[in-house]
Ligand binder design. Structure first.
Ligand SMILES: Nc1ncnc2c1ncn2[C@@H]1O[C@H](COP(=O)(O)OP(=O)(O)OP(=O)(O)O)[C@@H](O)[C@H]1O
Length: 256
């Protein structure tokens, strides 16, 4: 069974058909890219998976469990994390504090446990710190651990944003244009981290991308959306010369 299945997903906004009959699946361990021109429906699709659009049609299933109608916080708890294009960090908190906040939906000891600092709450706090430190090591953020996010360069903030999502120990990581605003070197760094994530930690990723070369080099599977519909779906090698894909990007070419 695929990790995530989208079955005939549709979404309308007062007459605008943002998604229409979107059906495809995401295999465990994949780095699955969703591409398409502006307005194709990529963000709408992520919002449907995250439970933000309650009026969506069709079905979204995570490990066979229907997500439609499930609250976004519960979907996050089930293992769907999201790295936002516009950073969702707390600027005045340190890198470590931001990462620990990424774990908040995993706290189980509750308010009373924390207030009275019970043994369970203490043990839990240690576990959260260990996980945050693992993520810091993995993303080479040691040097920035105690710095407030506000003073960090944009490329490092993007890495912290990825780290915040990773702290949730997701089954499925949704990456909304992870390289937007990054320079060439930072883009290559991000690509390497995403590949390591797949190979070393086995995290399944769905990535919205604009830059075709980046997507084609990185992804194991690509779904192309155009005006809310799936126009192509397959491994990058089969899509490089697909005329539907090329024509969806006006004047665009899929670099070899
Ligand atoms: N909240 C909303 N209210 C009204 N229309 C919306 C809303 N969200 C999306 N749309 C419309 O749905 C369509 C798909 O938009 P969406 O943002 O999902 O595309 P996209 O592929 O992510 O585009 P981009 O690459 O520009 O971010 C567009 O026509 C957009 O105007």
């Amino acid at each position: 069974m695929a990790l995530l299945e989208l079955d005939n997903v549709g979404l309308s906004f007062s007459g605008v058909r943002a998604l229409d009959g979107v059906t495809f699946s995401i295999e465990a361990g994949a780095l699955h890219a969703v591409i398409g021109p502006n307005g194709a429906g990529k963000s709408s699709l992520f919002n449907c998976i995250s439970g933000i659009h309650r009026h969506m049609e069709g079905q979204v299933r995570l490990e066979g469990k229907e997500l439609r109608g499930v609250e976004p916080t519960e979907i996050a708890r089930l293992g769907v994390a999201r790295m936002f294009q516009n950073l969702a960090l707390f600027e005045h908190l340190t890198v470590l504090e931001n990462l620990l906040l990424g774990r908040h939906q995993r706290y189980t000891s509750g308010l009373l446990g924390n207030l009275f600092w019970t043994r369970t709450a203490r043990a839990e706090e240690v576990r959260h710190r260990e996980k945050a430190e693992e993520v810091i090591d993995f993303l080479n953020l040691e040097h920035f651990r105690w710095m407030p996010v506000a003073v960090l360069p944009y490329g490092i903030r993007k890495r912290v944003e990825l780290g915040r999502a990773l702290c949730m120990e997701p089954k499925l990581l949704l990456l909304d244009e992870p390289t937007a605003g990054l320079n060439q070197e930072e883009t290559e760094d991000m690509a390497n981290y995403l590949m390591d994530l797949r190979h070393e930690l086995g995290v399944t990723q769905v990535l919205i991308g604009h830059e075709l070369r980046f997507v084609m080099d990185l992804a194991t599977q690509v779904t192309v959306l155009d005006r809310g519909r799936v126009i192509a779906n397959g491994p990058p090698s089969t899509l490089r010369n697909d005329t539907r894909v090329l024509s969806a990007y006006v004047g665009g070419t899929v670099a070899a």
